[in-house]
Design a binder for this molecule. Structure first.
Ligand code: HEM
Length: 450
């Protein structure tokens, strides 16, 4: 019989300070800090100021939290701190509200819809490819952010009604994301301090909410209900039992949620993919040969996506290496985790970034090696859904995973068929911890491939 130990026996992470706890490590270098916890235990206590949170340091434990014990967890503190940005959208809400809205939004991310979006994705990718001139130096991090936001906005809103929101998201989202982790990892009392990070966060969240509110009001007024986009779906949604629709605030919260959850993650993945390909010429050669064989010069379609497995391996490896920095949950009932009895109300955290660099699961975990995703190597390494979960798992799993794989594959195939990307001299991209570990800058020179 396994022994159950009490919460007090969980090891406390090294380097805590009086009053501040480990907050300074989380502010300064969260990626290294999370990776350092693995050697200290499977479950490790970290203090945010004086508030303890318990960090799961293995993928298997994260899998237990998100699937086996999902019913005994709510999203907790991190997501509450996101509410100025995402309100009660599906990434922050819990229980019945989450279930109801997730069910409502699921059709927008179903296969038939993604087939429709894929045409927009391909069109947007071609437009960007056509905008480059030979020898241009392109800030890929920024170009990818614009591509991701524009693609999300044109699939979510489908008509010009969303244009003010796209502009506002471009301006405000980077500010919000930059300050998000600091805010989530800080004691709540710090929210009210009149420091720059708080002022910027509050101003950007208010501005973004206001613009999306205006879009929703205009859409209601002009009867925007049958455009086949997410905005129409939300505006015309009806509860099957009560017949009630969503309020304008609920519609706004879901739109903001998708924009904030889908923009930076996609942009960071694409920007890293370019950097990795440029610094691993043997992988780039394989990817480009596959694109030339499968697609050639024509526009990329959704039917090409499964026929480009080398791109898929690159994307799988990029999201493994530069994934989501930190997520949290709170127990709603007592839960036994790694042999420890967690009482109701315990804050639990995990870093997908850190668990995907676990040397017990991944050989040379810091190495970019897309071929580790070849079926035979993956099987030999025993990597499965309980050890590789870049999109989370269970009822809170990412709703946009198929969307992003389609979008990123189409985009990479479109651009790599036409252009060669070479790192601009003088800068090596560095990781910056935000919602994901994105690159600070990825400046590249584009030259025509043929
Ligand atoms: C490479 C890109 C992406 C990564 C790595 C990623 C990762 C994740 C992860 C790990 C979660 C689970 C969070 C948790 O368990 O607390 C999540 C949730 C979510 N993601 Fe993504 N995501 C990506 C792209 C997208 C896109 C493109 C969209 C929308 C179009 C999106 C929308 C969402 C939403 C709405 C949730 C909340 C789901 C819920 O709680 O029911 N994501 N994502």
């Amino acid at each position: 019989m396994s022994t159950v130990v009490a919460l007090q026996s969980v090891p406390r992470a090294r380097g805590g300070l009086p009053l501040l706890g480990h907050a300074v490590h989380l502010w300064r270098d969260p990626l290294r800090f999370f990776c350092s916890l693995r050697s200290q235990g499977e479950l490790v206590r970290v203090d945010l100021g004086t508030m303890p949170m318990y960090v799961a340091t293995t993928a298997r434990l994260v899998h237990d939290i998100t699937t086996t014990h999902a019913r005994s967890f709510e999203k907790g503190r991190f997501f509450q701190r996101l509410k100025p940005l995402a309100g009660e959208g599906i990434s922050t809400s819990d229980g019945e509200l989450h279930r109801k809205h997730r069910r409502l939004m699921a059709p927008m991310f179903a296969r038939d819809r993604i087939v429709g979006y894929s045409r927009t994705m391909s069109r947007n990718a071609l437009a960007l490819a056509d905008s480059w001139q030979p020898g241009d130096e392109v800030e890929m991090e920024q170009a990818m952010a614009e591509y991701a936001i524009e693609t999300l906005a044109s699939t979510l809103f489908s008509t010009d009604i969303g244009l003010p929101a796209v502009t506002a998201v471009r301006e405000h989202l980077p500010v919000l994301l930059k300050n998000l982790l600091i805010r989530a990892a800080s004691p709540k009392v710090l929210d009210r301090l009149p420091i720059r990070a708080n002022r910027d966060f509050d101003a950007a969240a208010t501005a973004l909410r206001q613009v999306i509110d205006d879009v929703v009001t205009t859409a209601r007024r002009t009867g925007h209900t049958d455009h086949g986009d997410l905005l129409s779906l939300l505006l015309s949604a009806q509860d099957p039992d009560s017949g009630a629709g969503l309020t304008d605030v609920e519609v706004r919260d879901e739109l903001s949620t998708i924009l904030f959850a889908g923009a930076e993650t996609t942009a960071a993945t694409l920007a890293w993919a370019f950097h990795k390909l440029a610094t691993h010429p043997e992988v780039e050669e394989q990817v480009v040969a596959e694109i030339q064989e499968v697609v050639g010069d024509r526009p990329v379609t959704i039917d090409d996506v499964p026929r480009l497995p080398a791109i898929r391996r690159v994307l799988d490896e990029v999201v493994r290496l530069h994934g989501v920095t930190m997520l949290m949950r709170r127990t709603t009932a007592p839960v036994r985790l790694a042999g420890v009895e967690l009482p109701e109300g315990t804050e639990v955290a995990f870093s997908l970034y850190a668990v995907h660099r676990d040397p017990d699961v991944y050989e040379h975990p810091d190495r970019f090696d897309p071929d580790r995703w070849l079926p035979e190597r993956q099987a030999a390494a025993g990597i499965g859904r309980d050890t590789y979960l870049p999109f989370g798992a269970g009822n809170r799993k990412c709703i946009g995973d198929a969307f992003v794989y389609t979008e990123a594959t189409i985009a990479l195939a479109t651009w790599l068929a036409r252009w060669k990307f070479t790192p601009a001299p003088g800068h090596t991209p560095k990781e910056v911890a935000s919602a994901v570990a994105h690159a600070d800058r990825v400046p590249m020179i584009v030259t025509p491939r043929r």
